[in-house]
Ligand binder design. Structure first.
Ligand SMILES: Nc1ncnc2c1ncn2[C@@H]1O[C@H](COP(=O)(O)OP(=O)(O)OP(=O)(O)O)[C@@H](O)[C@H]1O
Length: 363
């Protein structure tokens, strides 16, 4: 059990919708919140933020009661800002004015970056004097994130808060933000429909389905689909954790080492050499080979050992679980291919991963 937890026990009713269930979420790292449209993810974050005051919910933040019976700590005293897809900014203030306003209201004891780091992280310098009414959707989202981080938060609540960012900016921001959240010791709850986003950000995932809060599970278990979630396409994936070992400015590639094995990633320029980075690899994007193959364009080739093979009943597919330098990968290949290669646990194979599948994309 983690030391500090956010404990929720919900019996939330709004209109015809109800959200129920209990969970104890770690107040360290990032907890992803996943589930289909209308499941209740936004409702959950609103209750935690203190934006919905329905009876029947109990929320405890560490030893502090945020809601219980008739007791209700107002949102501004929780200091758990909620950034959502279309956050409203103060239109009578400039971008700098919005950040200043949040900063002035920050109470001591919160976490987050100083102003210079914030501006650098979210690339706000060219926007500071701008009127917020004139900003694009992505710019507005960057400012909304900046405002939340300026407010001395104790818990950050992000609801599809990266959806308007362009794919390249997001690909760079997510691993850096993840690393910074750890540095600031700022826990976060992140709602996202993107398995790739949750893979990079989350340590645990809380599934929400049909108005019911599910069981918190480790990110890798969720990605593998073993908890019934998997990614938005219902297919598994896995996360490889490596260390950035170099950037090639000419070829726009970043080198990441997983143990002694190298992977080249397109355009992960936001992370400096030596930093840890997580990489989401969808199972469908891995090809398996028994031997080294020549004359292929695929350059990411990881030696792996087959740990298990699971047939998907009534489909053409099977999932091959692999071990790569003590980490786990999953490859979805056809059962016909597994039979043709006579794959079995203990076999040594080479996992081939196209760089394009690791590149930024809207998903
Ligand atoms: N104020 C409200 N009054 C009545 N029903 C509401 C209210 N707000 C949300 N709902 C309903 O509650 C249900 C859950 O909505 P919620 O926004 O929490 O889902 P979600 O999981 O975040 O969905 P999505 O992934 O589509 O954003 C929906 O059916 C929605 O219509």
């Amino acid at each position: 059990m983690p030391d500090r937890t956010l404990d929720i026990d919900l019996d939330h009713r709004r209109g015809g919708f109800s959200l129920t269930g209990r969970a104890s979420l770690p107040l360290s790292g990032v907890t992803g919140i996943a589930g289909p449209n209308g499941a209740g993810k936004t409702s959950l974050l609103r209750v935690i933020a203190g934006l919905d005051r329905t009876r029947g919910n109990t929320i405890r933040f560490d030893s502090e009661t945020w809601q219980y019976d008739t007791a209700f700590l107002p949102a501004h005293r929780r200091r758990a800002p909620l950034v959502f897809q279309d956050s409203r900014l103060f239109t009578h203030l400039s971008v700098a004015g919005n950040l200043d306003y949040a900063g002035r209201r920050a109470a001591p004891g919160g976490h987050g970056p100083d102003r210079a780091e914030l501006i650098d992280l979210l690339q706000l310098a060219p926007l500071m004097a701008r009127r917020t009414a004139d900003l694009s959707g992505g710019e507005r989202q960057r400012v909304a994130l900046g405002r939340a981080l300026s407010a001395g938060p104790r818990l950050l609540l992000l609801d599809e808060a990266f959806s308007a960012l362009d794919a390249g900016f997001r690909q760079n921001l997510l691993p850096v933000l993840r690393e910074r959240l750890t540095h600031w010791q700022l826990p976060a709850l992140v709602v996202s429909h993107s398995a790739r986003e949750l893979a990079v950000m989350a340590d645990h995932v809380l599934p929400v389905e049909n108005g019911r809060v599910g069981t918190l599970c480790p990110r890798d278990a969720w990605l593998a689909g073993s908890e019934g979630a998997g990614d938005t396409t219902g297919e598994p994936g896995a996360v490889l954790t490596g260390r950035i070992t170099g950037h090639d400015a000419r070829l726009h590639l970043t080198d990441l080492h997983i143990g002694e094995h190298r992977i080249a990633l397109p355009g992960l320029t936001g992370l400096s050499v030596g930093r840890e980075a997580r990489l989401y690899v969808p199972a469908r994007d891995i090809t398996l080979a028994l031997d080294a193959v020549d004359g292929l364009s695929v350059r990411n080739r990881l030696p792996a050992t087959v740990a298990a093979i699971t047939d998907r009943p009534d489909t053409a597919w099977c999932d091959v679980e692999l071990e790569v330098a003590t980490q786990r990968l999953c490859a979805r290949i056809t059962r016909a291919a597994a039979e043709a290669l006579s794959l079995k646990p203990g076999d040594t194979v080479i996992a081939l991963i196209k760089s394009a599948s690791l590149a930024p994309r809207q998903d």
